[in-house]
Write a protein that binds this ligand. Structure first.
Ligand SMILES: [Mg+2]
Length: 253
């Protein structure tokens, strides 16, 4: 190893040490689930493929999966946004994302919409794709901190996801928005979570992928935050820490 390389490594270790020394003494870590640990994009893609093959492939000419998936994602995002703001009811979100998508294909069939909606809720939580290093980082963190989940996802599926991927064992508290009556970024769900975990805001860290939902919400109650940006999108959003891979949590914690 060249002298220069040795010096660089020493310097890097020194900086890492100082960085850790300067960071707060956290006791509680609160993770978002979807798109932070559970790879929703990949899992949803696989589920939609299953649903398309079962319900639409037999009645459509040619393979339109790519179009179907893009339209679904668009509708799903718009409806989720409305759901978070209290403008769309859960049951409408569950079915309308398929009804609106089928409409683009000239299909109006309530029974088909209902079967697709039921299949989505049934099949998606069985998918097991997690972001790289999820198991490794949870294994590392759970020995040093109390770790919890705060999620806006439906209660029928979130526990299944945690169980099927085997990561439920790492979490002390799992806080579901539906059980609290508040959705992130509402500060009340964060206050509820801190209270349930027996944690103070200044010894807690929120880790999530959504700036508006996870980061701003946590900030509003005085918690530090880690913005997880795996797709490395360019943004000028501010958070206490920013990471593009979960393994970088080892540099902070
Ligand atoms: Mg998320």
């Amino acid at each position: 190893m060249s002298l220069l390389k040795k010096i660089l490594i020493l310097l890097q270790n020194y900086l890492n040490y100082n960085f850790k020394m300067n960071s707060k003494l956290y006791k509680h870590l609160f993770f978002d689930l979807d798109k932070t640990l559970w790879d929703l994009k990949t899992n949803s893609f696989e589920t939609l493929k299953d649903i398309y093959s079962k319900h639409l492939q037999p009645i459509l000419n040619g393979n339109n999966f790519d179009v179907f998936q893009k339209i679904y994602e668009y509708n799903n995002n718009v409806l989720w946004d409305g759901y978070r703001k209290g403008l769309v009811k859960k049951d409408a979100l569950r079915t309308e994302r398929f009804a609106l998508t089928l409409k683009e294909f000239g299909i109006k069939n309530e029974e088909l919409v209902e079967s697709m909606a039921v299949d989505y809720i049934r099949l998606s939580p069985l998918k097991k794709n997690l972001f790289p290093y999820t198991q490794e980082i949870l294994e590392y963190l759970h020995l040093k901190y109390k770790i919890h989940i705060i999620t806006n996802g439906f209660k029928e599926v979130q526990y299944l996801k945690l169980n099927h991927t085997g990561i439920i064992k790492y979490f002390t508290e799992v806080i579901l928005s539906e059980e609290t009556g508040f959705m992130k970024p509402d500060k009340n769900i964060f206050l509820y979570s801190l209270n349930k975990a027996g944690a103070n805001a200044n010894e807690s860290l929120m880790i999530g992928d959504d700036f508006e939902v996870d980061i701003k919400g946590a900030e509003s109650v005085g918690m530090d935050q880690v913005l997880f940006n795996p797709e490395k999108t360019i943004n000028n959003e501010t958070a206490t820490y920013k990471i593009t891979s979960l393994i970088e949590l080892k540099d902070i914690l």
